[in-house]
Design a protein around this ligand. Sequence first.
Ligand code: AMP
Length: 281
Amino acid sequence: MQTITSVLEMQILAEDLRSKGQIIGLVPTMGALHEGHVSLIKLAAEQADTVVVSIFVNPTQFGPSEDFSKYPRSLEADVAVCEAAGVDIVFAPTAEEIYPKGYSTFVVEEFIAKPLEGVSRPVHFRGVTTVVAKLFNIVRPDLAVFGQKDAQQVAVIKKMVEDLHFTVDVVVAPTLREPDGLAMSSRNRYLSATQRIEALVIHRALRKAIEMVASGERRVDRLVAEATHLIGLHRRVRMIYVSIVDRTTMVAIKGEVVPGKAVMVIAAWVDEVRLIDNEVL
Ligand code: AMP
């Protein structure tokens, strides 16, 4: 496995691999790798000859009051995880390498990125689309794997790929969960034991909605009300949003859900830790 930090070196290597007919699979991450990331790597390896994992805590996707400076960074451990998972190349540039002094170009998706995460994190997706477009230009992947855990991110990236004519196949991996249902996340390591138990209500609320749909409930207001009620029972958990949206456009569904097309998305603070999760209904 090679670890590369230079954009130019990564571009030269990617061009060389492409000229040899290698299929390149990219897994973009911010590091602090867990089993969820490993499942993305495995999925990439099934479809690609060369798997590139990027590890970059992207400053432009964090708002001024967000956790950029304290976001967990563990490059050495992450490199070991990649090596064990059979990754070929780790691309781990510095912030200066990606955003040199005077940097001023951004990629903005203007519709899907607006609601939900876009409301409470207004610069978030601008940072995500910018860095992912850059990674596509640097690594020149044939396919890139993203987690359904970040449902709105998947929808935004798919739209960017379509709108900007990228020839990258966007592969979506299912959400990996802890045995008790908590969606794996780098931010889970901020949770104390008590907060972690409280955080389980997010997935319980999603499961409840799935059960209600399975037993015939279709009314969006009923499904949202029940999930909101369950979350409200937990003192440490403050709901940011509970919404049922179209899984492709992220537009809120009114009236009744059509099973398979709708996704329930939840964001909540567990004390000072912001968590998101979702399930297709
Ligand atoms: P992050 O490092 O948190 O930015 O995540 C990098 C990629 O891993 C994104 O595509 C995420 O959606 C994905 N990911 C994060 N958590 C999980 C999970 N629990 N299961 C599957 N994919 C995940």
